[in-house]
Structure formats: C-alpha cells, structure tokens
Ligand binder design. Structure first.
Ligand SMILES: C[S@@+](CC[C@H](N)C(=O)[O-])C[C@H]1O[C@@H](n2cnc3c(N)ncnc32)[C@H](O)[C@@H]1O
Length: 324
C-alpha cells in the first residue's frame, strides 16, 4: 500500500465543505427534502454548472444523497451525517470549526513569508475573521469543557464567583453559570454581541464586560479567575504582568486556572506554536517553568499542572493564599 505524508483527500474535503458552506449550498440543501441543481443554485444564488459539480463531489463524499423522486432530474438532499455536523444544533456540530480552520489556512499559506520575515501573516494583509473564530470556540467538545469545569471544582472547592478572561461566546462561562456560579466574562467589545447571540436567554445570567485584557482586568474579587487559550496569544512578559493583575482580583484563598498548550507537556504544542507564529506578533507556547514563574512571582501558591485527558492540553491551577 502506498503511504503518504499528507491525507490530501482530507485537505480537499475541508476546503470543499467550507466552500459549500460559504457559498450557501449547504443551507440551500438543508431547507428542502430533495432539490434539483437549479433549485439549489437558485436559492444560493450560485452558478448552476459549478453547483452541479460540487453537489456530485458531496455525493461522492457521502455528505449529500440523491433522492429518487421519479423525476429524470436528480434531486439532492443532505445526508444525516452532513446534517449532524453542519446544520443541526448538537454535540457533533462543527460548522464554524470548519470555517475557522479554512480562515486559518490563509495565514498558513503565507508561511514562507512569515518564516522569512518573522512577522505574522495578519500583519501582511491577511485579515482575521473574529466572528468565525469565536463561534468556532462555541463548538468546542462538551467533554473537554466538562473536564475543565470538574478539574477547577476539584482544585478550588466551592466557587461562588468566576471571571472568564477571553471567554469568547461564553461556552465555558455558561457551564459554570449552570452550576450556580455568578459568572463574568471579559472579551473584546466586538465579541460580546456574538456571545449574546450564542447564549440566547442564558446571556442574562452572565455579566458581559468589553475590554482589552492586556490593558487591564476588570475590578472585583473572584473565587476563580480563568484564562482559556488566551496566554498563548501574548509574550511571556505580557503574561507575567496579566497574571500579576489577576492576583489582585482573585479572592484570598481563590484560584487562578490557565488552560493552554504547555510546551513541554503537550505533544501538539509545537504545531500550535506555528499557528501562533503565523497569526500573532509575540504569541507562542510557554513551558511549565514559565507558567510556574508567572504564578509564583505574582504571589500564587500550590501550583499544579493537570494533563487534560480530552484534548492533550493542560490546566495550570494555583491559589491565592488565604489571608493575603
Ligand atoms: C482562542 S479564544 C479562547 C476562547 C475560550 N477562552 C476558550 O478557551 O475556548 C481567545 C479569546 O480571547 C479573546 N482575546 C484575545 N485577546 C484579547 C484581549 N486583548 N482582550 C480581550 N479579549 C481578548 C479573543 O477575542 C477570543 O475570544
């Protein structure tokens, strides 16, 4: 059997799906129980010949099926597999994750220039799609989120209040809120409307704070200050400062939790570092010693690192000493 370094079919399938989603073909198919090429193209406003070619490729990949309707013209609809992954709310939905993966590819295509200059691709004109990125975060695997929440409670004990720093659409904050924790979320102001939309009626349960976490953290005292996949965007110097500021808003005896790719513990950290190289000026993956140093210099004690079972990243936990 011939072996290959790269699953080229997987790459093409990703691009095909993102193209069909962005062009509106998937939603056009989802709205009917069997539509002709012309009907799909009419609904999506796309070219019929191109639409037909893409529909046949989706059939070959078992994402679309032909419906036998006695008509000479083929009628198409989404397979249950495609509906579960691309349309229907539920644990399998990965619509935004697919779109985000392809958005990232724009930066990855600039990698030769990024390597040559050492500058992020976004600086050289590749625009970020913030809405897609934060919505993709909202599709994170429930098992990972459950594991994170469980580890935080196991370490911290009772948590009455928490701040989710860089909380995106509130997918983590919501899990704490559902457990009766009074929850606040900080993210960039332009992310908050996306979070409101994502959370629906539950948005009212979470205090939404717009701001720049590198310019300052909100006031207050929280039993848990949580950073999920945020500190890899910034330099060790910035992170040391942010962690010091986090100490000031952690209640005495309270907990700081950092979920991220710890460079010397996560097998996927080196590849993730390239992702940060192409997308940020100073981000990267940081070692266990660096995390421990930021925490101890800020005043936190009892630091511990948990290797998460569900996604090969880590949860770093530490405590503000009681009475300090
Ligand atoms: C990779 S997402 C992580 C989302 C979530 N915490 C999680 O772990 O699933 C990073 C989030 O941090 C936010 N963020 C990054 N830099 C920020 C800044 N300087 N101020 C506020 N939010 C920021 C982004 O908008 C985004 O929602």
């Amino acid at each position: 059997m011939q072996t290959s370094l790269v699953d080229r079919h997987a790459v093409e399938r990703l691009l095909l799906l993102a193209g069909a989603l962005r062009a509106g073909l998937i939603d056009a198919l989802a709205s009917g129980e069997g539509s002709s090429t012309d009907q799909v193209a009419g609904l999506a406003g796309t070219d019929p010949r191109a639409t037909g070619i893409v529909l046949e490729a989706l059939v070959a990949d078992q994402l679309v099926e032909r419906v036998s309707g006695g008509s000479v013209e083929a009628l198409y609809r989404l397979t249950p597999l495609a509906r579960a992954h691309l349309v229907d709310e539920g644990s399998k939905l990965e619509r935004f994750r697919i779109l985000h993966q392809v958005s990232k590819m724009r930066g990855w295509l600039e990698l030769p220039e990024v390597i040559r200059t050492g500058r992020a691709a976004e600086r050289s004109g590749v625009k970020r799609d913030l809405r897609t990125m934060v919505s993709a975060m909202g599709e994170r695997d429930a098992a990972i989120l459950d594991e994170i929440v469980e580890c935080c409670f196991a370490y911290a004990g009772p948590i009455r209040t928490m701040l989710d720093v860089g909380g995106a659409v509130g997918h983590v904050a919501r899990r704490f809120s559902r457990k009766g924790v009074r929850t606040s979320l900080l993210d960039r102001p332009e992310v908050l409307p996306v979070a409101q939309e994502f959370l629906g009626p539950e948005a009212g349960d979470i205090e939404m704070i717009g701001g720049d976490l590198t310019a300052g953290l909100p006031g207050g005292l929280f039993d848990l200050v949580y950073f999920g996949n945020v500190l890899h965007i910034y330099s060790p110097e910035t992170n040391a400062r942010v962690v010091r500021e986090a100490f000031e808003i952690t209640a005495t005896g309270g907990t700081i939790a950092i979920q991220d790719y710890v460079s010397d513990r996560s097998p996927i950290a080196p590849m993730f570092a390239v992702n940060m190289l192409r997308s940020t000026d100073e981000g990267g993956v940081w070692s266990e010693a660096e995390h421990r140093r930021w925490l101890s210099e800020a005043g936190f004690v009892d630091a511990t690192v948990v290797d998460l079972d569900c996604n090969r990243t880590q949860l770093v936990l530490a405590r503000r000493p009681a009475g300090l």
